[in-house]
Ligand binder design. Structure first.
Ligand SMILES: [Fe+2]
Length: 212
């Protein structure tokens, strides 16, 4: 299973280095939150797989759309919103535990039912997906995106605190704030490689971003 995970990560990195690095940073934070919430090792492993592949469904989208600055048209938003279902369709065909595809399917669900694709409420959403949602929000707001400059970590924390108990699971928000403030967790500044050839990518990925 680990080799399939690595192969899919490599494919995503060749396609879009930003998405690949985003997924790694989200996985780091999500696992720190899961540790704080004392999830079992097997649940943390499901979360690691799902976090490292959660945006795989975006491979369906043109890169120009993912990096398009400014306001998006409704049809463009609808297209982007399909990525969690497409990710589910891809991952359910792989011999991963079925929860991995389910977590990816649910990673944009909000506990007040305003998320997508199903509009699930509260505990209808897997805990791993609720953790992934919060980690995803922190990473997305605090990091540089191809379509806009950095907003900031303070603003990211304000967003999850403001919507604690409405959009985001309150226990997950509390654990995340603890990890960020008291445990001084910082998201690694992983390099974004400009990839020209696959062989160059393979060398850099192995020796620079995965030193272990
Ligand atoms: Fe996503």
């Amino acid at each position: 299973m680990e080799s399939i995970l690595k192969a899919l990560q490599s494919a995503i990195e060749v396609w879009d280095p930003y998405t690949a690095q985003h997924q790694k940073r989200v996985a780091q934070l999500a696992l720190a939150v899961a540790e704080e919430m004392k999830l079992s090792n097997s649940r943390k492993e499901l979360l690691r797989y799902a976090a490292l592949l959660h945006d795989i469904g975006k491979i369906n989208l043109p890169l120009e759309l993912l990096s398009k600055p400014g306001k998006l048209e409704n049809c463009e938003i609808n297209l982007i919103h399909r990525h969690s279902e497409i990710g589910f369709e891809i991952l359910k065909r792989i011999d991963f535990p079925p929860e991995v595809a389910q977590i990816v399917l649910q990673h944009h669900e909000m506990i007040d039912g305003t998320g997508y694709p199903r509009g699930l409420f509260g505990s209808e959403i897997l805990l791993e997906a609720r953790i992934l949602m919060v980690a995803n929000t922190i990473e997305a707001i605090s990091s540089n995106r191809p379509y806009r400059p950095v907003i900031g970590m303070k603003e990211a924390q304000d967003e999850i605190k403001k919507n604690r108990g409405s959009k985001y699971d309150p226990e997950v928000v509390d654990a995340c704030m603890l990890v960020l403030l008291e445990k001084k967790f910082t998201l690694d500044d992983l390099k974004i490689h400009k990839l020209e050839t696959f062989s160059q990518f393979a060398f850099q990925d192995r020796y620079e971003t995965d030193p272990s």
